[in-house]
Design a protein around this ligand. Structure first.
Ligand code: FES
Length: 98
């Protein structure tokens, strides 16, 4: 992964911070390092508490979706930042897609 790739965080259309992608960090951790708290509970993909929406870019989805996610949510850009990594630079709306 190239160095210094960024994740831009938004609340709706409002930019709220920029995090630097580091290998082995989840998106919740990258957000935290940028001063943004994404609420979590299980941190293992089960509860769906951390659900956010991908605006731009790609997420490394597991082949089998975790219990906190379904195909509909994925179509809406939903993913679980507690246990998923970005595939390069992306933009994330911390408001869930519902
Ligand atoms: S905190 Fe439970 S799915 Fe992310």
């Amino acid at each position: 992964m190239p160095e210094n790739e960024l994740i831009r965080f938004f609340r709706g259309n409002l930019p709220i911070g920029i995090g630097t992608i580091e290998s082995d960090l989840t998106i919740v951790e990258i957000a935290y390092n940028a001063g943004i708290t994404i609420p979590t509970n299980c941190t293992s993909g089960t509860c769906g508490t951390c659900l956010v929406r991908l605006k731009k870019g790609f997420i490394d989805y597991p082949e089998d979706l975790p219990p906190g996610l379904d195909d509909f949510l994925v179509e809406e850009g939903g993913f679980l930042p507690c246990c998923m990594m970005p595939k390069g630079e992306c933009e994330i709306d911390i408001i869930p897609p519902l």
